[in-house]
Design a protein around this ligand. Sequence first.
Ligand code: C2E
Ligand code: CA
Ligand code: CA
Length: 743
Amino acid sequence: MKDNKKQIILIIIIFLILVAIGIAYMTYMLEKIEANSNNSIETIVKNDASNLKTEITEQKAILQSVTNEIIMDNIVNPEKIFDMYERSDITSHFIRMAIMYEDGRTITNDGHEVNYLDEKDNFFSNNEIHISENKISKIDGQEINIYSQAIELKKQKIAILLIVKTDSYKNIFSNKIFEGKGFSYIVDTAGNIVVSANTNKGTGNLINNIERMLAGGSKERFITNKNVVEENIKNGVSGTRTLQTTNGNYYMVYEPIGANDWTIVTFIPAKAIAGEANKALLTTFIAAVIVIFIILAICIYIVIENNKKQKKLFEYAYIDPVTGKGNIYYFRKTGQEILEKGVKSNQYILVLDINKFKMINKAYGYKVGDDILKGIAEKLQEILGENSLICRYSNDYFASLFEYDEKIREILKKIVKNIENLRIENNVYNLSVNMGVYQLTESDANISEIMDKAIIAHSASKGDVYDKFHIYDKKMEQKLEKESEIENEMYQALMKKEFIVYYQPQIYTNDETLYGAEALVRWKHNGKMIPPNEFIPIFEKNKFILKLDVYIFEQVCSDMKIWKEKYGDEITISVNVSREHFLDEHFLEKYRMIAAKYNINPNNIDLEITESATIEDGIDIIGIMNKMKKLGFKISIDDFGTGYSSLSTIQDMPADILKIDKSFIDKIGKNDKNIVDYILTIAKELKLTTIAEGVETKEQRDYLLERECDIIQGYYYSKPIKKEEFEKFIQKKTKQDSSKDEN
Ligand code: C2E
Ligand code: CA
Ligand code: CA
């Protein structure tokens, strides 16, 4: 996100730089165009002036040569003069020729006669060639200019006139290139208009009439330093000016023609030039915009590509491909960010896993397994809300950081119910969930630490079939510390032979003779005796029980060997076999080999399997029991009555003995004998031997005798005892047996 901002800022900066460059460039271009157009206007006008000069000079030269010829040949007869004119090729330059007499009478070569008496002085002022200002022809109303030269022939003064159409000058002006928007004048040194290329623009003095001509009569003063312009024109100096008028700006260029002391003055509206300039500018502008957009598009493309790459990387790093939710790294990172915003009292962290998820993968395949994991993640999100942070942090382990305002137990129950009955494509997989939950406190600041607390609560619920979730409390941590202490020391304990077998005698109910004993492990650690309930569950979790059970089994076989040699093999010893063995079919091979090593008949060994182990999913318990039977071992179902197995499953089991759990024996004293009765009835029906566990009172013993329970194990006869003490029970039995024999 931060990177994105940086990139956007960078693009904006690049964009601004480009715009700045564009503006600078356009300003520069504008100036250049203006300078160029000023230059070109000057050039154009200079050109006009030069063309005009050529034209005028040529026409003057023609007139000069005509008068020279007249003087030289002394031609007085007008007919002859006109004849000479008409025969020459100069007629193409003029519309007619005329001869003016001193009385103003003027005759033309095409037979007209007019009088110019009022202007006579202009034509006879001196012998120089004179060019008139614009005139309206008295003959045909055309606009004309007259070239004239006065000569003396045989003491008679006449003026030879060559008349040109003013239009012929106008054609020379190139103001047309500005779409006819410009206009030009030829003025004399006083600024009087001699020739106006645009007739409608008036006559008289140009400088004094500019306002009227350019702006339709506005009184504004247009020419700064007007007198400079007047001076320039008077002295035949060229120049330029910009005129501001209410019709917009005009460029004024004046350029002496170099003939007749005339100056050509051209006005071009700035708009006309701007039109040209704008066209150029527009092209430049469009080009600049295109370039900017291309660069911008490239930048955006790079950013998008980069973002895509970033997103991919993000996904690789933070997204769990199976569920589409975050992985543990994402959870830690985002969770930490949430914590840093401040912990709220309604915040919880939850850890959840599915029991025996491996079995699901095995049974249904990984595709279904993945679908289930995805379904769980989605269900969690659905129940805990869109704002909750959900991740799958390994295999079938999920975690969530969420807020919840009502009773936490209610939502946890809802999660258990929904996930255990999760439906994937209309199939229900009967998942079993365990959860650990920790409610955050103000002092929590580290995501890993709070997750550890949820994990501690989770381990407390793990393996607990009845309590699907545990909420963290301090005791759990202490318990866990103790557990890890136990784990740290178990291997050494095994080597140091700290695990000791105690035997609890089992007595026939009817004649109170010895049947055998149950071997029960004790851990003598640092002078203290640790009871099995404190370490067996841990060893089952960490699988150390697999080693310990075998070790105990070997101890038992070793003890039995000694007793067998001393007293024969009349007794049966029962050994607890943890359910953890059943995941590996080959464990029985070890048991067989150990029994064989000590030369013990498996028939004298009773393998105890807890009833709850028999109903575990995914284990072929009947198959295992059959194998046990095949090897000759006896089998007893331990803690019978607590495992909720159905009658039919018991029926199918090749077991020999039912061990009635202590909790039911306890009820005998409380006058609640139904279950014991029921179990004894079933056992009888299935022809199973019955052992009552935890018998402590005579009342219990008497009742069991009455109900024909076969064997009794309990404090009433003996607590679990050291082998040396148990040996005394065997000795006693041997004596009883031999006295029986004697009788
Ligand atoms: P369990 O197999 O049900 O063993 C019977 C437990 O009941 C023993 O507890 C025994 O001391 C106790 N008990 C017997 N009679 C009475 C009585 O009259 N009153 C009372 N209050 N208790 C009585 P213990 O020795 O503490 O063993 C606990 C459990 O630990 C055993 O329950 C068994 O599940 C497990 N365990 C013990 N040794 C081993 C072993 O070597 N391997 C395995 N896998 N588990 C073992
Ligand atoms: Ca047992
Ligand atoms: Ca038991």
